[in-house]
Design a protein around this ligand. Structure first.
Ligand code: TYD
Ligand code: MG
Length: 456
């Protein structure tokens, strides 16, 4: 029989102490001990372990490709992010801000699954009462009779119920509300989250049940909770977008069964989340007239090109430290780009506050946004609007060179489809054949762009 012992492990160096202390006795880090459950093997366990036949070393050609059963969730944008459906026995973490639509999406998914796949589903909520879930399902106009629901947050109870129920796919909404009696710490603490998730992952693998964990992430995305789970689970999906806005984007940041950075796009309506199957132009804000500081870029997230508007506001700084604020982009990248622009084009911004925003709450992680950011900054600095039919993309290097990015032709074609007539792109991305209706300016150095900025 295995016995469980409670120990305190240092997050910094991994040392284990029998008691909690404010400072780790090993590495002297402060406040780094968290409660952990450690399984102690009894003597008979150890003997049994030794009697088992050990695993054998094999070359990979000896391995038969196992049957990987995928089930379509019935929501195609979600299947796209998952890499073509839900893999049986996998553990999926869905993170996002509170109120962004995680519960709504999963409820809708279960309704779709019940209708199409015949898999046995179970929605376990530790957050909402069964009446609340029922009311929501009714408002979403879902098939109520097949939505099997349980409200429980005691992990041991959950296990005893699912041992009888035997669902093939289940949701735990949310991992922050469940707790195991093994640990004394409060639900939602790192120790509880880690231990509960570990037990659920083990359960999923042993019984080939698909487990979907919901995790709340704070605005900065740094909450220790769900982040500590990323390495345990097979797939990590994050919701992006402002809670107040209309669109919701789901991104796969880790996927053992598919590509990452694939996006699924939804619109939040009064009848729940609706799929947006052709999202390429939804993130453009439509200005009445020409405005300075705005530029449209074509980004490619996953396999789809997406037109997004990058906005910059440059304003006189008051104070010693000029502000550098970015929403949807990496802040360090902005600092680097400003240095490149100063060094290679002589444009001074140290006396200016700079704010950058990607419209619609999308997050852009690719370097193709470099050139658009710089053009938006320059446009705002000079108060000179750029043409409305212009698209831009390109990476900018430290030497002031403009480097190509992947999928140039595809991005240009998407832009033309939406009526854009001019493009500034890296020289190496110039398509072999001219694209009808598009005037392309290909550049290889930042200075070339800065000297000939088109005006509206
Ligand atoms: P919810 O799924 O409860 O968020 P999470 O589980 O991520 O915390 O989403 C709730 C939000 O979505 C809430 O603010 C209201 C909004 N909403 C709609 O706009 N339309 C709807 O049909 C539903 C069900 C929710
Ligand atoms: Mg919820």
């Amino acid at each position: 029989m295995t016995r469980v012992k409670i120990r305190f492990q240092c997050n910094n160096c991994g040392a284990i102490s029998p008691k909690w202390t404010g400072q780790c006795p090993e590495c002297q880090a402060w406040n780094s001990l968290t409660e952990t459950a450690i399984e102690k093997e009894s003597k008979s366990d150890r003997i049994k372990l030794h009697q088992q036949t050990p695993a054998q070393v094999k070359t990979l050609d000896q391995i038969e490709p196992g049957e990987q059963v995928r089930t379509l969730s019935g929501i195609s944008e979600l299947d796209r992010v998952l890499g073509g459906g839900i893999v049986g026995g996998s553990v999926i973490l869905i993170g996002g801000d509170p109120g962004i639509g995680k519960s709504t999406l999963l409820l809708q998914m279960f309704a779709a699954l019940n209708e199409k796949s015949g898999l046995k589903t179970l929605y376990i909520s530790g957050e909402e009462s069964i009446e609340q879930i029922g009311m929501r399902a009714r408002r979403l106009d879902l098939q109520l009779e097949k939505l099997r629901t349980l409200t429980e947050n005691h992990l041991e109870q959950i296990f005893s119920i699912i041992a009888v129920e035997k669902p093939q796919i289940m949701v735990i909404d949310s991992i922050q509300t469940v707790y195991t009696e093994l640990l004394q710490s409060a639900p939602g603490s790192v120790a509880q989250i880690r231990e509960c998730a570990a037990q659920l992952v083990r359960f999923a693998k042993l019984t080939n049940t698909t487990v979907i964990l919901v995790g709340h992430v704070t605005k900065e995305g740094t909450l220790a909770g769900p982040r500590v789970l990323e390495h345990m689970v097979d797939t990590v999906l994050y919701f992006e977008g402002d809670t107040g806005g209309r669109y919701r984007v789901i991104r796969a940041v880790k996927n053992r069964f598919g590509a990452v950075n694939e996006l699924g796009v939804f619109a939040m309506t009064d009848r729940g989340l609706r799929e947006v199957n052709n999202p390429s132009a939804i993130f453009l804000s439509r200005h009445e007239g020409n405005v300075a500081g705005s530029v449209v870029m074509v980004t490619r997230e996953g396999t789809r090109p997406l037109l997004v508007e990058v906005q910059a506001l440059v304003d006189n700084a008051h104070g010693h430290q000029p502000k550098r604020v970015t929403v949807g982009l990496e802040q360090n990248r902005l600092a680097m780009l400003l240095a490149v622009m100063h060094r290679h084009s002589g444009i001074i911004t140290y006396d200016q506050d700079i704010f950058i925003n990607v419209v619609g709450g999308v997050r852009i992680s690719e370097t193709g946004a470099d050139l658009p950011i710089l053009l938006a900054i320059l446009s705002s600095l000079k108060d000179q609007p750029l043409p409305r039919d212009l698209v831009v993309f390109g990476e900018v290097g430290l030497a002031g060179e403009v480097r190509p990015i992947q999928g140039g032709a595809e991005r240009l074609n998407e832009a033309v489809k939406h009526g854009f007539k001019q493009a500034i792109i890296p020289k190496a991305n110039l398509p072999k054949q001219a694209i009808e209706g598009l005037k392309i300016t290909a550049v290889s150095r930042l200075a070339e762009v800065m000297d000939n900025i088109p005006v509206a």
